[in-house]
Design a protein around this ligand. Structure first.
Ligand code: XMP
Length: 513
């Protein structure tokens, strides 16, 4: 048994959040799909298991199941929502459809005298987030019911003898007031795990792993200017020194002055020996007349690889290619009803061709963005770099809806630069996850001076998020919006109207394409 947690995914939209919470408590965890080969689960040797929620009902024939052995691994198991009902099902309890679905906030009451370990030191009445349609109606004697809500008489069950625990609500979402405490009770008091997952340890072991993996070979790293690839550059330099070849490509799809500014920062501030390649016209030519977002991504991915390959002409054959792929990019949510719908190509990896001549080096595959930022800080990266907003690989191409042209890029760069400038002036930049401007292929009528105008619409999008997986639109101050709209319409020829995007994710995505 190792000091780590296995999370089995039964299709809940919150599964990745469980992983985040466990990591925040400094315990390493991984998500496996519910139908993972059982030997792999045994080999992982978890110190505790969490069964996620999911959209199904356990009594449905086709609902996702797991072998009973999951309750007999000798380590504590916590079932959340569907996970609880599954435990009930595997332990011969009775689960029935509830009279009404319970969704949203509810109040958890700890049942007095129930001596709960899971709810230890949690306030008597606390807010919890519910999302379920089934309830347990009968259970074996060696289970204790320790918590209830208005609509669920059995909201928390515990069996110290079986080392099996379950909650009907979602402790992983922020709306559940005492969720973190509950998870910490489970991990530390019940499972006896220790909080040893920290970035200092990660850096040490990642450096060893990278050295073992690439030996004395050269590694090409694609820098995007975003935080992930910059932190990766710092880590790789630590690990393999001059074997690292960081490459920064001007796709022509970067923000205004970004290529020149960043080249200077990379070389002068971070002392990285960056190969800068100006390939704007090549990208633009390949994207001519292309309207489909997915095709844009694929074309850009392939053109990146062609451009990187050109580096080999200068430095000789290279066998390794590094990129800052993160955990949320790697774990697709499992689909319990057939293959998951593809929303967008995988962010980092997605645009890349299926067949490449390089082996991938992706040391951040198991990390969340805030963990990468912490590594950046540990490695002494300037706060300005650590706090940079994410920027998508395909750049402005996915923010210019429809076909891309040099003129539209220029227009969007100007509008976006104004927006970012004001973001700093109003001290908003560091408070939000991401902010940018989108150019719509839609014209509207306006009036300037005494003249009629007929020009394009720009949209300002600012979102708050913890990890980009879900996001809320940012309620920007009126003064900021007024100033941005005013400046864009007055200063950018080609835009005569500005709109503000008030869509959250889901149902919207952060980028428009
Ligand atoms: P979405 O639009 O999927 O974006 O809600 C979530 C986060 O991922 C970024 N993003 C990308 N990053 N290549 C990238 O490197 C891409 O193709 C890509 N698409 C979206 C997006 O900016 C947001 O931070």
């Amino acid at each position: 048994m190792k000091n780590r947690v296995l999370i089995l995914d039964f299709g809940s939209q919150y599964t990745k959040l469980i992983a985040r919470r466990v990591r925040e408590l400094k315990v390493y965890c991984e998500i496996f799909p519910f139908n993972e080969d059982f030997q792999k689960i045994r080999d992982f040797r978890p110190g505790a298991v969490i069964l996620s929620g999911g959209p199904s009902s356990v009594y449905e024939k086709k609902s996702p199941k797991v072998d009973k052995e999951i309750l007999q691994l000798g380590v504590p198991v916590l079932g959340i929502c569907y996970g609880l009902q599954l435990i009930a099902n595997l332990s011969n309890m009775k689960v029935e459809g509830a009279a009404s679905r319970e969704y949203g906030l509810s109040r958890l009451e700890i049942i007095e005298g129930s001596s709960s370990r899971l709810l230890r030191d949690i306030i008597q009445h606390s807010r919890v987030w519910m999302s379920h349609g089934d309830k347990i109606t009968q259970f074996p004697e060696d289970f204790n019911v320790t918590g209830r809500t208005e609509n669920s008489e059995i909201a928390v069950i515990e069996s110290d003898k079986r080392r099996v625990y379950g909650v009907q609500f979602h402790p992983e979402v922020v709306h559940t007031e005492e969720g973190k405490k509950l998870l910490s009770n489970f991990l530390f008091d019940i499972a006896g795990l220790s909080p040893d997952w920290n970035m200092e340890n990660f850096i040490k072991s990642a450096i060893d792993r990278i050295r073992r993996e690439v030996g004395t070979e050269k590694v090409i790293l694609g820098l995007s200017g975003g935080v992930d690839s910059t932190v990766l550059a710092m880590l790789l330099r630590e690990a393999i020194g001059d074997q690292l070849i960081p490459v920064f490509v001007d796709t022509g799809l970067l923000r205004k002055n970004e290529f020149v500014d960043l080249m200077e920062k990379f070389t002068k501030q971070l002392h990285l020996n960056v190969v800068g390649i100006e390939a704007g016209p090549v990208f633009l030519e390949k994207l001519r007349h292309v309207r489909s977002p997915e095709r844009k991504r694929k074309i850009i991915g392939a053109t990146f690889i062609d451009t990187f390959s050109g580096v080999e002409d200068k430095v000789g054959k290279v066998n390794y290619f590094a990129q800052g792929t993160l955990y949320p990019d790697v774990i697709e949510s499992v689909s319990v009803n057939g293959p998951a719908a593809k929303i967008k190509s995988h962010h980092n990896v997605g645009g890349l061709p299926e067949k490449m001549n390089w082996k991938l080096v992706e040391p951040f595959r198991e990390l969340f963005k805030d963990e990468v930022r912490e590594i950046g800080r540990e490695l002494g990266l300037d706060p300005e770099f650590v706090g940079r907003h994410p920027f998508p690989g395909p750049g402005l191409a996915v923010r210019i809806l429809g076909a891309v042209s040099a003129k539209k890029i220029r227009i969007l760069q100007e509008a976006d630069a104004i927006m970012v400038e004001e973001l700093h002036r109003f001290n908003i930049y560091d408070d939000v996850w991401q902010a940018f401007t989108v150019l719509l292929p839609v014209k509207s009528v306006g009036v300037m001076g005494d003249l009629r105008t007929y020009e394009n619409v720009a949209v300002v999008r600012i979102v708050e998020s913890i990890d980009g997986m879900t996001a809320d639109w940012y309620p920007a101050p009126n003064e900021f919006l007024k100033r941005v709209a005013n400046r864009i319409v007055n200063e950018v020829k080609g835009i005569n109207r500005v709109a503000y995007d008030i869509t959250s994710k889901p149902p919207g995505t952060i980028e428009w394409e």
